[in-house]
Structures are given as C-alpha cells and as structure tokens.
Design a binder for this molecule. Structure first.
Ligand code: GLN
Length: 282
C-alpha cells in the first residue's frame, strides 16, 4: 500500500495536471479526512502506510476531485467564520466574501441585539446559524425556495446548538410574508451572477453547484432588486439590511435600494477591495 508521502506526491502532481486549485492542500485535506486526522497530524507521518480500505477511499475521492468535483462536497463540510458547516450538492458552498455580512452585522449591532433576523435564501445556513451564534438573544428565520437548503440548515443549526432560536420556511423571497414589520436585521446572499457570466464559471461551480443559487436573472440584478423591494415592505423602521452582490453591481443596487425606499444606503468592499455588500436601513 502507498505511504502518506507517496500519496501526497502522486496526487499533488495529478491534481496540478487536472487544473485543480491548491493541489498540495487538496491532497492533504483528503488524506486527513480518510485517516480521520487533522491535517497538521500528517506532519512527520510520511512513511506511514495506508490500509487497503484507506487507500481505496482516498483513490475514489481523489479521482472525483481530479474530475473537478468541489472539495467541500467531497469532504461534506466547509468552514465559515471559523466554524465547520455541513454542505452537500444542492447548497452553495460558503465563500469567504460572505463572511463580510457577519463582520458588518457584528460591527453595526450590539452583541445583545434582540428581536428577529431573516436570512433570505439560506443555502447551507451559514449566515442564519452564525448570526444565531454571534447574537445570543436573536431569533432567526431562514428562508429558501428549495427543500435541500432547509434540510442542511436544520442540520447545521442542530450541530451548532442554535436550533431553538432558528426557524425555517420554504418560501420565494419574502413574497409570502404578511406585511407586518417584524425584522430588525435582514441578510441575504441572493443569486447574482449574470446569465452571460454563468457559462464561464469554473467546472466545480458550473457542473456541481446549484444554478438556482447563482444566477440572478437579467444582469444578475433581477432577483436582488426584487428582494430589496420586498425587504423595504416588511422590515422594521431602522432595521439593518445587508445584501451580498457582484463586484460590478454596487451602483445598480444602491439605486434599487433607493427606489425601494431604504435609507442610509452604501456599499462595502470585500477582502479583495471589490464592491460586495449593500448596507442600508429600512
Ligand atoms: N460569489 C459567488 C460566485 O461567483 C456567487 C454567489 C451568488 O450568486 N450569491 O461563485
């Protein structure tokens, strides 16, 4: 059976040849996963031989990764805001730029904020669950149009111990909510990719992640703009609105927010210095 060192050498080269990002990190994470260890524990284990079962498992996972299945789906989890969340096909894999929504909520709201938050299009539930964890008094409603995201969100809420403050509903945006001012915080990472950009996304995204979580209609703005109108109708006066968007959509969404009647509208940049999050007050 191959040793850890041999597996790393072999798959690092195979991943690089297949155009996989971060080949060394990828094989280390998959090896650690198969061996049931933290990645750091592999250090100094180079001559350790895999068992036949481990070798077969590693081979199968690596072959799938080389065919550009996303690493997060192969592992079954991904990190967000320093915590581990279950992910699987049918929910978008959490992106680091989405952590900006949490960073802004924490910057703009006191930790003992009470009342209700809503996450529109919750996917794996990273925003909803992280808000419930960071704001211990807050109740959170997680909405999604599809059932798989609600299942994964429920699983993540239970795993992180916040299921008693997190509710879920299957809904298209906020369309089915009664027009009662309920929410103090509204967050969303809606689909915002343009139909023109979508076919050019990398194979991991295009072939494996849910298109419904990515494509936002005309110019990628149709869904986000519709949501802003719904949000304005149902947020409590003064409620904080945080919506992720594409790097070229800042101005268009500020306008949409203005039209919807939101106030104190501005755009925040992501770690890369690109326009990424609309910030407004109801
Ligand atoms: N940032 C994501 C991507 O381009 C898009 C996420 C979204 O549409 N909400 O991969």
């Amino acid at each position: 059976m191959p040793t850890i060192r041999q597996s790393i050498d072999h798959w690092r080269a195979a991943f690089a040849a297949a155009g996989v990002d971060s080949p060394r990190l990828t094989i280390e994470l998959l090896l650690a996963h198969v061996l049931g260890l933290e990645r750091g524990a592999l250090l100094g284990m180079g001559e350790h031989e895999l068992t036949p079962v481990q070798s077969a498992q590693l081979e199968a996972l690596c072959a799938r990764r080389a065919r550009r299945e996303p690493l997060a789906y192969l592992l079954g989890y991904w990190e967000f805001w320093g915590r581990r969340f279950a992910v699987r096909p049918g929910v978008l894999i959490p992106r680091p730029e989405t952590e900006g929504v949490i960073a802004l909520a924490k910057k703009l709201l006191p930790p003992d904020t009470r009342g209700w938050a809503v996450d529109i299009g919750c996917g794996s539930g990273v925003l909803a669950v992280t808000l419930a964890l960071e704001f211990k008094q807050l109740r959170v409603l997680a909405l999604d149009l599809h059932s798989m995201p609600l299942q994964v969100t429920a699983e993540n809420a239970r795993a992180h111990g916040v299921a008693s403050r997190l509710w879920m509903a299957r809904m298209d945006g906020l369309a089915a909510m009664p027009p009662v001012p309920l929410f103090d915080l509204i967050v969303s990472n809606p689909p915002y990719v343009t139909p023109e950009d979508y076919p050019g996304l990398q194979p991991e995204v295009l072939d494996h992640e849910p298109q419904a979580a990515l494509v936002g209609g005309k110019a990628g703005l149709e869904l986000p703009s519709r949501l802003l109108a719904q949000i304005a109708r149902i947020a409590k006066p003064g409620a904080l609105v945080l919506m992720e968007h594409g790097m070229e959509q800042g101005a268009a969404l500020r306008e949409a927010a203005q039209r919807a009647g939101l106030k104190d509208i501005r755009t925040e940049e992501d770690y890369a210095g690109l326009d990424r999050i609309l910030v407004a007050r109801a």
